[in-house]
Design a protein around this ligand. Structure first.
Ligand SMILES: Cc1cc2nc3c(=O)[nH]c(=O)nc-3n(C[C@H](O)[C@H](O)[C@H](O)COP(=O)(O)OP(=O)(O)OC[C@H]3O[C@@H](n4cnc5c(N)ncnc54)[C@H](O)[C@@H]3O)c2cc1C
Length: 715
């Protein structure tokens, strides 16, 4: 404890894992951050480059994230007020050994960037095999239940993927009879580019583990990929914002020893200085962590010693000869296999026969492996595209580019280490939560899939393990915006049935309602209260009827709902988050509409997690009465909108006693899609709900009589 009565916490390593842990710890404790390097951030590495176009902040390590699968990182960004912007994600493959060049996510022109590929049977075959691969991969995941969401914080998903004997990607592809061209020109480049690994080791990845990641990121389908984003001004922006909130930041302070005592933990750095802390988060790579433990336990030795990393050299440069020669194939991520590599790759793929080739292109390839160059592949990120840098020069980062990149164009050289995933390492990683002690917790992206969100989640898990809370600020009103959502109804009685569809929801400020005319507009007649008053007046009147005041200035009210669009409006549920003048949440109004034109508004006062319970008061579905209670989840929206209602304790014909819970949820992330792409969402939803009801009715699900409904002040 320090004199102020706070716990003293050391965090070793300032990558995203250490920064997240340090930020959380700093809410309640005195934090000392140790970093061996002369700069903070680890793989969050922004280079400031002076150019003719002004100074550019170029990210050479961590580049992209998205709003769907990076919730912890986004929560950190939200608290730090870090701005992000859309990126452009596309992947090209250029194979000097076979002459194949194409790009994904850039349309038909990218897929047939070389005219010769239009006449190539092998190229067509590979393209046709992609949806087959997606189907088989999804089937593999489905065969062991739903793909696991990585919600076990900081741990490798326990989806059975690490079970002994789990198939490798190589075995999966062989069983599926995928062609050598598919393996060489699609599969290996995808895995090697995403994980920055050698294509040879990419085939050793445990298939289920890999597919869980791909599925989670919308990559097991031609559509459904999330929108990728970068940090505006480079990732150093968030690193600096975390550091500014810490008490004691020590650069060039490599920790050499961590010794656990009966009442604390002694940390010694390279200068020989020793400091004692109440708790320590070790957020380095596992081998580094193990090396600094004075007396590691047998389990720590076993687990931390079984998580291999590979080292990649990375060059920041402007040599565009590393990009595909066909202009239409140039993408944000560019995988290149040099001409010297095919023999090796053929052995790896095991069953490579003749693959699409273009001899003229082969001759034209300038990227022959130079003396001293690595035999493996190169991946080149085009940061000008990814970060939308305001310049015509292509600033590139190439992994494995030594000997290939024109030295005159090199701006900087870096070395990065990435976790390697094998069935053994995945099995070891599942035991990571067990290596923590009451005072020392471990974190790092290696606790998950190796990405920034994994690092952030592991930092949160380490802090949680050490009893360091991350309270949600209660005084943050959400930002208005639009959300791409999935609406899901799950019924378990008398049989299990899930109904799911995607939609777009709006979060709007009742004092500043967006108005896109007939395309999208929010009107009082579509919600509770009198159609002659404003929406805000109606909600305020309802709150007042229920004894809630937002204060003299009227506070702030945000509503999640569909707009009236093209003359139609239907909102099965609209939610109003109401904040008083001080910014504190004064209550949440959950307004429910049924398809018979009735509406009912429920006022709830959710707990910190956004959960509340209320008695059901209106007939909604013909298959339920008005009995039972609703468990409502309405957390304040962030970059994620989540609303869930579970009906419990209700009776249903055909069910013994009380029926199993029926749940409906709406979950989504912010989207930048233009208004015109959101049109008709409400109409589509109401058609689908009716179609689903008809489906249930046709299967003789008993219909319950509908009582008349009227709620004073609502309708
Ligand atoms: C080129 C590249 C591109 C990437 N792109 C993306 C991307 O676009 N999106 C994404 O999600 N992920 C990306 N990643 C993955 C991302 O880098 C990792 O997810 C994450 O940043 C790793 O964080 P970490 O905290 O586990 O480790 P690191 O960031 O490696 O941090 C570990 C820190 O510990 C310090 N350290 C080590 N030993 C000691 C010691 N003894 N004492 C004190 N300090 C020590 C190190 O100097 C380092 O700063 C990319 C990685 C690379 C290399």
């Amino acid at each position: 404890m320090n004199p102020a009565g706070q716990r003293r916490v050391a965090v070793v390593g300032s990558g995203v894992a250490g920064l997240t842990a340090a930020w959380i710890a700093s809410r309640t404790a005195h934090v000392t951050l140790y970093e061996a390097d002369a700069r903070l951030g680890g793989h969050a590495d922004t280079h400031r480059v002076t150019t003719a176009d002004g100074e550019l902040a170029i990210d050479t390590g961590f580049i992209v994230h998205n709003r769907r699968t990076y919730p912890t990182l986004l929560r950190l960004f939200a608290e730090l007020d870090v701005a992000t912007q859309p990126s452009e994600m596309s992947l090209s493959v250029s194979d000097a050994g076979t002459g194949v060049e194409y790009a994904g996510a850039l349309g038909v022109r990218g897929l047939f960037a070389r005219p010769s590929s239009l006449a190539s049977r092998d190229h067509w075959r590979m393209l046709l095999e992609i949806p087959r691969f997606h189907r088989r991969a999804r089937a593999l995941l489905a065969s062991s239940g739903p793909s696991s969401e990585p919600d076990a914080i900081g741990s490798v998903p326990d989806d059975g993927s690490a079970a002994a004997g789990d198939r490798t990607l190589r075995e999966f592809l062989a069983e599926g009879g995928f062609s050598a061209g598919f393996v060489r020109h699609f599969m290996e480049p995808l895995v090697a580019a995403v994980w920055s690994c050698d294509p040879a080791s990419s085939l050793d990845y445990p298939a289920r583990y890999l597919f869980t990641f791909l599925e989670h990121h919308g990559m097991l389908g031609v559509f459904g990929s999330p929108e990728w984003r970068t940090v505006t001004g480079g990732s150093a922006t968030y690193v600096a914002a975390v550091a500014a909130g810490l008490d004691d930041v020590r650069l060039e302070a490599k920790v050499t020893s961590i010794r656990e005592l009966a009442d604390g933990v002694e940390v010694t750095d390279g200068s020989g200085a020793t400091t004692t802390f109440d708790a320590v988060v070790v957020a380095t790579h596992p081998a580094q962590a193990l090396a600094m433990l004075e007396s590691p336990t047998a389990l720590q030795r076993e687990v931390l010693g079984a998580l291999p990393y590979s080292t990649n050299s990375a060059l920041l440069h402007t040599d565009t000869s590393l990009l595909p020669s066909a202009p239409n194939a140039r993408a944000s991520w560019n995988f290149h296999r040099p001409a010297t590599e095919p023999a090796k790759a053929q052995t790896q793929a095991g069953r490579l026969r003749s693959v699409g080739s273009d001899p003229s292109a082969r001759g034209a390839d300038r990227r022959v492996t130079k003396p001293g160059a690595p035999e493996g592949v190169t991946v080149t990120y085009d940061l000008t595209r990814l970060q939308r840098l305001p310049t015509d020069t292509h600033y590139l980062v190439t992994l494995g580019g030594e000997g290939l990149v024109d030295p005159a164009t090199v701006i900087d050289r870096m070395e990065y280490e990435h976790p390697l995933y094998t069935p053994e390492s995945v099995a070891a990683a599942r035991r990571l939560p067990q290596v923590n002690t009451p005072r020392v917790a471990f974190a790092g992206a290696y606790h998950g899939w190796g990405f920034h969100e994994d690092g952030a989640r592991s930092g949160l898990a380490a802090a949680t393990h050490l009893g360091l809370p991350w309270p949600r600020p209660t005084h943050v009103a959400p930002r208005p915006g639009r959300f791409e959502t999935t609406i899901r109804h799950t019924r378990r009685t008398p049989y299990t049935r899930t109904f799911e569809h995607s939609s777009t929801f709006w979060l709007v400020d009742l004092d500043d309602l967006p108005d896109h005319g007939t395309l999208a507009r929010f009107e009082a007649r579509d919600h509770l209260g009198s159609p002659d008053r404003s929406l805000r007046d109606n909600v305020e009147a309802f709150l007042a009827d229920n004894g809630v005041s937002l204060g003299e200035r009227g506070g702030r009210i945000l509503m999640a709902a569909h707009p009236r669009s093209l003359g139609h409006c239907f909102n099965p549920i609209s939610v109003f988050w109401c904040f008083d003048d001080a910014g504190a949440q004064a209550g949440v109004v959950v307004e429910v509409h049924n398809t018979y034109g009735d509406r009912h508004a429920y006022l709830v006062h959710p707990d910190e997690q956004g959960r509340a319970r209320t008695a059901k008061a209106m007939y909604v579905s013909p298959f339920h009465g008005v009995d039972g209670t609703y468990d409502v989840a309405v957390p304040v929206p962030t970059d994620r909108l989540h609303v869930a209602v579970t009906l419990r304790g209700h009776s249903q014909p055909g069910a013994e006693g009380a029926a199993a819970p029926f749940s409906a949820s709406l979950t989504g992330t912010r989207t930048d899609v233009p208004v015109r792409r959101t049109l008709g969402a409400a109409l589509r939803g109401s058609v689908l709900i009716r179609a689903h009801g008809t489906w249930l009715w046709a299967r003789r699900l008993p219909v319950r009589p509908r009582p008349r409904h009227r709620q004073e002040g609502v309708r």
